[in-house]
Write a protein that binds this ligand. Structure first.
Ligand SMILES: *Cc1c(COP(=O)(O)O)cnc(C)c1O
Length: 425
């Protein structure tokens, strides 16, 4: 890998450097285990004294390529791939917050993350305080407690498409000595690189644009590498780990202590690695990420502009629209495109919206976003079904909201499909 490579080249070539005579394409290493000549080598691997592969629950060469590529794309030092995006967000928090701790989270989040924070992590003793994405900085500061361990947000929230003012939130997190964790699933590193604006940890559901073809569920956590874990708030990173003969992550792995701890403790004990086959499929997806994001963004903008002019459409939300309230933040954080997801409401509300959804032919009703095919979903009755009415409002989900994941088909065909469906409403 060349340090000067631009993102398009990194997407195609980083993470894998074939040796002389080696396969040009990243091989699928579909093996749970690896052979060694002597017992000491394996003992050293177990003790993290040397790098290598011994059991696919902890590390695998195909998964390793994906981790290196995603770290390169985001501009981080290390990455850990997981079985799902949910796992990535769970581990990103659990790695630094334990029972008795607290996190602050921005309220406009993916429904699964809201549920994770309010229900499941709470059962493990981690409390959460939500703040509005547009809350003034003092209100955000007041949400912090002495036991707060992280600030969590989403670059471009799914599905309300509210952008996070990464720089402002990063500054507040750092004033409080905690990292800013950003779920960057929707923009992908092609459209926004949160580390450049002060984020410390980035997560992805690779199930979405990284894979991009709706083939494989997966997640990843990337570490930027310059957060000061020795500020007194993170003893588990700086004190000897009894489960590794007293190893100290910040000393023994000073470049990426957060990632090593996560793999050594949580990937090991919870058993949630990404499967090699899924890493291979995701890696193939990444090879065209830069091309796809360009087309997803331009198609979504054209569809949003068209729907905005349509007499049967009540409202359209797409951060790339000229009159979007998100536009200034979009110009700062995602100047090259606003990604491929838009939301709209049909005049006549939920019932009329349902007719439109059922009448679409090219666009399918799918519980998915961010693949090459255009799809629609009704968040209030699908992905965000488990949320209370207040939680729906906080997440920016109105009862009539239709979320469109705009694919990379020909835009005229996509627009024609929405026109014929709207004509029936
Ligand atoms: C889908 C999604 C997740 C959850 O990822 P899975 O791969 O479905 O587990 C988390 N965050 C965002 C923003 C998502 O869109």
């Amino acid at each position: 890998m060349n340090d000067n490579w631009k993102i398009e080249t990194l997407a195609v070539q980083s993470g894998y450097d074939p040796e002389n005579g080696g396969p040009r394409v990243t091989p699928l290493v579909q093996s749970t285990t690896f052979r060694y000549d002597d017992a000491q080598s394996v003992a050293d691997l177990f003790d993290l004294k040397r790098e290598g592969f011994f059991y696919t629950r902890l590390a695998n060469p195909t998964v390793d390529v994906l981790e290196k590529k995603m770290a390169a794309l985001e501009g981080g030092v290390a990455a850990v791939a997981t079985s799902a995006g949910q796992t990535a967000n769970t581990l990103a928090i659990m790695n630094i917050a334990r029972s008795g701790d607290h996190v602050v989270a921005v309220s406009s989040l993916y429904g699964g993350t809201v549920s994770l924070l309010t229900n499941t992590l709470k059962k493990f003793g981690v409390e959460v305080t939500f703040v509005q994405p547009d809350a003034d900085s003092d209100t955000v500061r007041k949400a912090f407690r002495p036991n707060t361990k992280a600030l969590f947000g989403e670059t471009l929230a799914n599905p309300a498409l509210i952008m996070l003012d990464i720089e402002r939130f990063a500054a507040i997190a750092h004033e409080n000595g905690v990292p800013l964790i950003v779920d960057n699933t929707f923009p992908t590193p092609v459209l926004c690189r949160p580390f450049e604006f002060g984020a410390d940890i980035v997560t992805h559901s690779t199930t979405k644009y990284s894979d991009g073809h709706a083939l494989a569920v997966g997640g990843i956590i990337i570490e930027k590498g310059d957060f000061n874990w020795k500020n007194g708030k993170f003893p588990e990173l700086c004190n000897p780990d009894p489960s590794y003969h007293g190893l100290v992550y910040t000393d023994n792995f000073a470049a990426c202590p957060y990632s090593v701890k996560m793999r050594a403790q949580f990937i090991r004990d919870l058993g949630v690695p990404m499967a090699p086959m899924n890493a291979m499929l995701t890696n193939i997806g990444l090879e065209t990420l830069h091309l796809r994001m360009e087309r997803h963004s331009s198609n979504a903008l054209k569809l949003a502009e068209h729907l905005q002019k349509h007499e049967k459409v009540a409202w359209v939300n797409y951060p790339g629209l000229k009159d979007s309230p998100q536009r200034p933040m979009m110009e700062k954080y995602m100047p090259n495109g606003a990604s491929g997801v838009l939301c709209f409401g049909v005049k006549g509300g939920k019932a009329a919206g349902e007719i439109v959804m059922n009448s679409l032919k090219l666009a399918a009703i799918v519980v998915h976003v961010a693949d090459v095919r255009t799809g629609v979903l009704h968040p209030a009755s699908m992905t965000h079904r488990q949320l209370s009415d207040e939680e729906l409002v906080a997440a920016g989900v109105s009862p009539d909201m239709i979320r469109v994941t705009v694919g990379i088909e020909n835009i005229d065909d996509i627009i024609a499909d929405f026109d014929q469906a709207l004509a029936k409403a």
